[in-house]
Design a protein around this ligand. Structure first.
Ligand SMILES: NC(=O)c1ccc[n+]([C@@H]2O[C@H](COP(=O)([O-])OP(=O)(O)OC[C@H]3O[C@@H](n4cnc5c(N)ncnc54)[C@H](OP(=O)(O)O)[C@@H]3O)[C@@H](O)[C@H]2O)c1
Length: 364
C-alpha cells in the first residue's frame, strides 16, 4: 500500500510510521515547509525508540517527502506535484494537528480545520478513489461529561471544553461532507489520551503530561520547595474543579498506532466508518492525582468550585485552562466498530500507576 501522510513527525505519527513500515507500505511524508527534513527527524526518532539500523534503512527506502503549507488551499502545491502525489497514493492519512488545549481558534483552526479541508480537496483528485483516513479525537464529544458516547455521535449540542475539541469536531464534519459529496470512503479514528511508558528524551515529541508537570513544578520552584520531600498534609494545595468519580480514558500510543493502521489496512468501508481508539479501562481521577502529586510537592484537592481567591500556585496552574475541565468527566466510549474489526479492544496493556510512572520518570 502507498500512503501519503501528514503529521509523521508527531507523537502519534512516529508510531504510525513504524506500523506502516512494518507492513512494507511506501510513505510520502507531507512535512511543514521550511522545517528540517522529516525523513531525518523520523529516522532520529526511530533510533531513539530503539529501532534497529536495518529498520531505519528500510524506512528511508520506503519514504519520500514533499513540503507543504497546510493552511494553504491544496497545501500550496502546484498542479504537477498534486497530480504525481495522488497517482502514487492508495490511502491518504491525516495525522497532523495542533493539539494545544490552551490556545485560541485563530491559531488552531488554520491547521486543524483548514488543513483538513485542504487535504480533502487533494484527496478528491485521486484517480482511484483512495480512502481518506482522518485522525480525530475521542474528545470531539466536547463538554458532554457523562454517559456513553457512540462512534456515530457527532454534534456540538454540549459545547466544548476548549477550541481544540471544537476544531476537531468541525474537521470531522468536513470529512463526512466530503465522503457524501464525492462518494468517497473515509475512516475516522478517534483516539483518547495517548501516553507512553517510555520516558521523554530530547529529540522525541513531548509526553502529554509534560505541560502539567511543568506547571505544577514551576510554582514549587518559586516557593523554593521543588524536589523537597514534604508530608502531604503540609504541602501547598492546588484546588481543581472535579468529581471524585471522574475518570479519563488513556491509551498507550503504540497500541493506538497499531490499531489505527490495522483498521485502515483491513477496512471495507464505502462511506464513512468512525472508530473509537480507546482503552477498555478508564484511569480514575484518584490515580491521576496521585501521579500529578509526584511531579511536585503539592496537594491536589477536587472541589465543586474554585475558591474565590486563588493562591499564586493555583493561578499559575489554572492559567493553562485546557486540561482543568477533565476532572469533571465520567463519560465512557463505546468502541463496537473498532472491536468488530480488531476482534478485541485496542489495548490489553494495563495503564496503571506503574505504567504512568514509567512514562513520566524523566519529568518528575
Ligand atoms: N496526543 C494525543 O494524546 C492525541 C489524542 C487524540 C487524538 N490525537 C490526534 O492525533 C494527531 C496527532 O497528534 P500528535 O500527538 O502526534 O501531535 P504532535 O506530537 O503535536 O504532532 C503534531 C504533528 O502535526 C504536524 N503539524 C502541526 N502543525 C503543522 C503545520 N502547520 N504544517 C504541517 N504539519 C504540522 C507536526 O509537524 P512538526 O513536527 O513539523 O511540528 C507533527 O508532525 C492529531 O490530529 C491529534 O488531534 C492526539
Amino acid at each position: 500500500m502507498r500512503v501519503t501522510l501528514t503529521g509523521g513527525t508527531g507523537f502519534l505519527g512516529l508510531r504510525l510510521i513504524r506500523e506502516l513500515v512494518n507492513r512494507n507500505c511506501s510513505v510520502t511524508l507531507l512535512s511543514r515547509r521550511g522545517s528540517t527534513s522529516s525523513i531525518d527527524r523520523i529516522s532520529h526518532g526511530l533510533q531513539l525508540l530503539s529501532e534497529t539500523t536495518d529498520f531505519i534503512h528500510k524506512f528511508r527506502r520506503l519514504a519520500d517527502e514533499t513540503e507543504i503549507e497546510i493552511e494553504q488551499p491544496l497545501f500550496g502545491l502546484p498542479d504537477d506535484a498534486l497530480e504525481k502525489l495522488v497517482r502514487r497514493t492508495d490511502m491518504f492519512f491525516h495525522s497532523a494537528g495542533n493539539i494545544d488545549l490552551n490556545t485560541g481558534a485563530r491559531s488552531i483552526r488554520p491547521v486543524n480545520v483548514d488543513g483538513t479541508r485542504n487535504f480533502l480537496d487533494i484527496a478528491s483528485r485521486s484517480p482511484y478513489g483512495a480512502p481518506f483516513c482522518h485522525v480525530s479525537t475521542a474528545f470531539v464529544a466536547g463538554s458532554r461529561r457523562s454517559g456513553r458516547v457512540y462512534e456515530a455521535d457527532l454534534n456540538d449540542t454540549h459545547g466544548f471544553e476548549n477550541e481544540y475539541e471544537r476544531s476537531k469536531c468541525d474537521a470531522e464534519a468536513l470529512v463526512h461532507r466530503w465522503a457524501r459529496d464525492n462518494g468517497m470512503p473515509a475512516l475516522i479514528m478517534r483516539p483518547s489520551i495517548l501516553l507512553t511508558d517510555r520516558s521523554p528524551v530530547s529529540g522525541l515529541p513531548a509526553h502529554p503530561f509534560q505541560t502539567i508537570s511543568g506547571l505544577l513544578r514551576a510554582s514549587t520552584i518559586e516557593r523554593g520547595i521543588a524536589g523537597l520531600s514534604i508530608p502531604r498534609g503540609l504541602r501547598p494545595v492546588i484546588h481543581m474543579v472535579g468529581r471524585p468519580d471522574a475518570r479519563l480514558n488513556c491509551l498507550p500510543v503504540e497500541d493506538a498506532a497499531s490499531a489505527i493502521v490495522r483498521i485502515a489496512a483491513e477496512h471495507g468501508t464505502t462511506d464513512v466508518a468512525t472508530h473509537h481508539i480507546v482503552h477498555p479501562e478508564n484511569v480514575s481521577a484518584e490515580t491521576l492525582i496521585e501521579l500529578f502529586e509526584k511531579f511536585a510537592p503539592i496537594r491536589i484537592k477536587l472541589a465543586s468550585a474554585l475558591p474565590e481567591r486563588l493562591s499564586p500556585a493555583e493561578q499559575r496552574f489554572h492559567s493553562y485552562a485546557g486540561f482543568s475541565a477533565y476532572f469533571r468527566h465520567t463519560r465512557v466510549y463505546d468502541d463496537r466498530n473498532t472491536r468488530r474489526v480488531l476482534g478485541s479492544a485496542c489495548s490489553q496493556t494495563p495503564v496503571d500507576m506503574a505504567y504512568l510512572l514509567s512514562g513520566t520518570y524523566a519529568i518528575r
